[in-house]
Design a protein around this ligand. Structure first.
Ligand code: UTP
Length: 495
């Protein structure tokens, strides 16, 4: 080991750092020399900039962090994404077959039969919920995990509580127990778990909720140098929702699911407040067709909408970013004038567990994608800099890249106003304000279905505020059986 260290001075060694040089060439950290060399060889010597100033335990933490970072992978990804990006042009695109929203009695009957299959699977305890909640929620910009955000229109229940109450209601309805797996990251795991503890798991049994953490990946600047978030710590961010794939296996989650008799996972993102958790129709189609992964999609609003599109490329299912679609494909129309490629991905999936096990055998990791972001970091003078523009690249893997392995799938179209309202930003589109309005509009729609008159403005938004707890009604049908038909809406209603 120490022999190797003789090479070090010829690598881009921080010249002004005599302590580091002495310590590395000495016997202090023999187990770390190889990792330090890796950092040096990848041109990341600046991580030792404050070596003289940090404490022995901070030094150890920094070295431990360096030991688990794959610097050559960072270099490779940076080169691929930034220095030599390959332009992806998509050939041989075809639209996928989609189960449309039922319009007539025959289609409704098919959906009803699927629902029975889904209900049966739920009753047998074969379905688990997987909520991915490991993201940093940078755009929303709150201090805690996104799921803790107070969201419901009147009582301001948190997003996590809203999901928990939907699970409790589904359990009652199907007389079953639905295990709930929540993926967090090192950045928000303890805050998430503490939130659940402080709220007594929102009435769920503690042992049916399983938290597991995804992997992290270093954040680099626009030149590929890793950013520091303190003098002794390299900035890491969660490695994308695709990190679930590795985490499910490495953290024994899949085994836990198998032990509980789970066959299929209902996957969703924490920030979609209209999510129909454990939707039996969707589960039913997936089970009926023995699908490997199933997807819910919504119709794209207009050709330029920035939403990923589900398509076949050379006969294989793919999700492609809107930016990867050529202008021609983006605007391509069917004979009836509708968009040809309209299946917008809303990140609601059913995932078969045996399929996942087959994917693990292939030992093909999901690819990383680069995203340019604006991220505060520690500047050369040791002070935190809050940049005005994008300064950083995060590398993330995406769960939908699993689609490349899929042979059997179900793609089910749903109405956006019924099922999709994500919270991404603090203001403007996809913000708490739009999500609350979407919830109110949905509740208004349900009430109208029960004959209650609900006023709307010129944009179709309900005038006033409505909140219907999942414990009272999970959907329009259930509400019909419970609501007083003589109800007069006076601008505010909490059920
Ligand atoms: P987004 O890509 O919208 O990221 O995640 P985000 O963290 O919520 O927000 P920004 O981009 O930092 O502003 C979509 C979903 O995927 C989860 C998020 O928690 C959210 O439910 N996610 C994202 C993870 O679980 N892990 C990740 O590494 C990234």
């Amino acid at each position: 080991m120490l022999m190797k260290s003789a090479k070090l001075p010829c690598i881009d060694f921080p010249v002004n750092n005599k302590t580091l040089k002495r310590e590395l060439l000495g016997k202090k950290y023999p187990g770390h020399i190889r990792h330090i060399e890796n950092a040096f060889e990848a041109g990341q010597t600046h991580v030792f900039r404050w070596w003289d100033e940090i404490t022995p335990s901070e030094k150890k933490n920094l070295l431990d962090q360096i030991a688990i970072i794959d610097f050559s992978l960072i270099k490779k990804l940076f080169n691929e994404a930034v220095l030599n990006p390959t332009q992806t042009t998509q050939n041989n695109l075809t639209p996928p077959q989609i189960i449309a929203v039922p319009k007539n009695d025959a289609e409704k009957e098919i959906a009803y039969r699927a629902k029975r299959v889904g209900e049966n699977s739920l009753q047998k305890g074969e379905v688990a919920i997987l909520t991915v909640a490991g993201g940093d929620g940078t755009r929303l910009g709150i201090s805690g995990p996104k799921g803790t955000f107070p969201i419901t229109p009147i009582t301001r229940k948190s997003i996590f509580q809203l999901h928990a109450e939907k699970i409790i209601a589904a359990q009652k309805r199907y007389n079953t127990r639905i295990p709930w797996y929540i993926m967090t990251s090192k950045n928000n795991d303890s805050a998430t778990q503490n939130f659940f503890k402080a709220h007594k798991f929102f009435g769920l049994n503690q042992d049916q909720i399983c938290f597991f953490t995804q992997g992290m990946f270093p954040v680099v600047d626009l030149e590929g140098k890793v950013l520091m978030d303190s003098k002794s710590s390299i900035m890491m961010s969660p490695n994308g929702h695709g990190g679930a794939l590795v985490a499910l296996k490495e953290q024994d989650v899949l085994n836990d699911m198998n032990r509980r008799g789970i066959r299929n996972i209902f996957y969703h993102q924490v920030d979609n407040v209209l999510i129909k958790i454990a939707d039996p129709v969707f589960i039913g189609y997936h089970v009926r067709d023995a699908a490997e992964i199933s997807l819910k999609v919504v119709k794209k609003c207009h050709p330029e909408e920035k939403v990923g599109i589900v398509v076949y490329i050379d006969g294989n299912l793919h999700m492609i970013e809107y930016s990867e679609l050529s202008r021609k494909d983006m605007c391509a129309k069917n004979e009836d004038g509708t968009l040809k490629y309209h299946a917008g991905n809303i990140a609601v999936h059913m995932i078969n567990i045996s399929f996942l096990e087959r994917v693990y055998q292939k030992e093909e990791p999901l690819p990383y994608h680069a995203a340019i972001k604006k991220v505060p970091y520690l500047g050369e003078d040791g002070n935190v800099i809050d940049p005005k523009q994008n300064n950083a690249i995060k590398f993330e893997s995406f769960i939908f890249d699993l689609l490349r392995h899929v042979k059997k799938s179900v793609i089910m179209e749903v109405l956006r106003e019924d099922e999709f309202s994500p919270i991404k930003n603090m203001e403007g589109e996809n913000s708490p304000a739009t999500s609350r309005q979407d919830m109110i509009n949905q509740f208004g729609q349900w009430l109208r279905g029960s004959g209650v008159s609900i006023p709307t403005d010129s944009h179709g938004n309900v005038i006033g505020s409505i909140e219907i707890s999942p414990g009272f009604a999970l959907d329009e049908e259930e509400l019909k059986n419970k609501v007083d038909k003589q109800l007069q809406f006076n601008g505010k209603l909490l059920l």
